[in-house]
Design a protein around this ligand. Structure first.
Ligand SMILES: [Zn+2]
Length: 214
């Protein structure tokens, strides 16, 4: 009897809340979005994506989403205290459209005058700083404290060395047009495990949240 009552309560709650939360997971109901679920679970959309290996915004009704615990990919556990910020406030000239190797654009392009400072989106350790022969030109790669690897391409100058620890907002390079580039811009790319993810999914919605503003 008690059990039946609880089940009834649960289904009533389901209609009003549109999602049932239990023990670190949520079942997607009609009308849910990734951000509404993230809100309800008290986690960021990027954490939700990481925990469930979702790269876009597609979820389906009936799908169970993990809302806590470690991601399958232990290297992409996000820091609770620091989130990526915009590496510079340039004009977005190309968005992410990656669909696999050599298909689509694997990052975002932020156009800015040559010499504009580029700031570390997140604290981390420099894993590469040098010439990339495959189009990135003068490239800086930083392994963020969230386990993701951040690529900053086409620089005119690099200001950090491999192995160096950088903090969020530290100037790491200056905008340029080196490599396969038609004009001065930053190519910003984010690797999470073996996936190349959409930077829009992890950057703040306000473009004013520049890393250097910290
Ligand atoms: Zn690009």
């Amino acid at each position: 009897m008690m059990k039946r009552f609880r089940t009834l309560m649960l289904s009533l709650a389901a209609t009003s809340l549109t999602a049932v939360a239990f023990a670190g997971s949520i079942t997607v109901r009609s009308g849910d979005t990734l951000s509404s679920i993230a809100n309800r679970a008290g986690v960021s959309v990027s954490t939700l994506r990481d925990l469930n290996n979702i790269s876009g915004d597609k979820i389906r009704i009936g799908q169970t989403l993990q809302t806590s615990g470690r991601s399958n990919n232990s290297s992409s556990v996000s820091s609770r205290y620091e989130r990526p910020l915009w590496p510079l406030m340039g004009t977005i000239t190309q968005r992410y459209s990656y669909r696999g190797p050599k298909r689509g654009h694997a990052g975002i392009d932020l156009a800015a005058p040559t010499g504009t400072p580029v700031y570390a989106a997140l604290s981390g350790t420099v894993t590469f700083s040098g010439w990339n022969p495959f189009g990135f030109g003068q490239l800086v790669k930083i392994r963020g404290i969230d386990g993701r690897e951040y690529y900053y391409g086409h620089n005119s100058r690099r200001l950090v060395r491999v192995g160096q620890r950088v903090r969020q907002g530290q100037m790491i390079s200056r905008v340029g047009s080196t490599g396969n580039s038609s004009g001065p811009h930053l190519h910003f790319e984010v690797h999470s495990g073996n996936r190349i993810i959409n930077p829009f999914g992890i950057l703040p919605s306000s473009r004013l949240r520049q890393a250097s503003s910290r």
